[in-house]
Design a protein around this ligand. Sequence first.
Ligand code: HMG
Ligand code: MG
Length: 284
Amino acid sequence: MAEFVEIFEVGPRDGLQNEPRAIPTRDKIALVDALSACGFRRIEVASFVSPKWVPQMADGAEVLAGIRRRPGVTYSALAPNLRGYAGAVAAGADEIAVFVSASEGFSKANLNCSVAESLERLGPIAEAARRDGTRLRGYISMVVECPFDGPTPPAAVARVAAALRDLGCAELSLGDTVGRATPDGFDAMLTAVLGELPPARLAAHCHDTAGRALEVIDAALARGLRVVDASVGGLGGCPYAPGAAGNVATEAVAAHLAAKGYETGLDPARLAEAAALARRLRTG
Ligand code: HMG
Ligand code: MG
């Protein structure tokens, strides 16, 4: 039987957060519903961050209230602080994603605080998640390269990974936020992080600025990672990371994995429909 690789769909969050035009809530809901029919195990549908910082994500509660939940699908949401965590849980998010940067420059730009302060802020979320039995996913950004600070030392990523593990994150997603990693650079970073967590608890999160995302994903697969984040239609970017292009497209990753003999559980025809819808949302 073919080995399974999970594609974690981030389009409705990482994709739509960066769109310059305001996407109507009903269109976001339609995108999530189209994705729910594709066979994903997990879809990141919203973020509960400050609407002053990311106005595109201000309607997260409405999105979660409006989607048709498919049994067996986990609907995730991003939260930067306890207020975001509480909002996401109240709105019915099944899994909460917290996010920190491996570099100081991006931490300041994206969260308005240092890396150490951002980890401290997660303490109350970790406590609440333990109490509520909520699964936590942790993102680490700029794992190879940062537009503010330059190359990120692998040891810095490993330190943040250990801190997130100790806070109780079940899984860590390693973000090449600006899409400039080479396979070798990603591999060197993994050598450090794999000293702290096994590959089964890691995901690769690639943006595709330099067109190398699939090669970087291959490097992650070679190290035993079996979760890959991707965004339908290649939507995406981060408003606080200059130069960050779209996430690697889900349909490209699905086709790449199928060609390598992996099973993803995704229906290519339904995925093509969802990608077409995502592209229509982008162009308006
Ligand atoms: P701040 O300005 O330092 O702190 O922002 P604040 O506490 O003064 O908050 C500012 C305002 O937002 C206040 O409103 C708060 O009440 C409100 P005011 O008093 O001025 O009227 N506020 C909130 N509102 C709703 N929900 C909340 C919330 N929290 C505060 N949860 C803060 C600090 C962390 C809030 C801000 O920096 C922020 O929201 N940052 C998020 C930025 C973001 O979402 N970036 C994109 C996601 S990360 C990403 O894309 C990378 C990833 O894909 C992986 C990768 O590619 O590497 C995950
Ligand atoms: Mg991202």
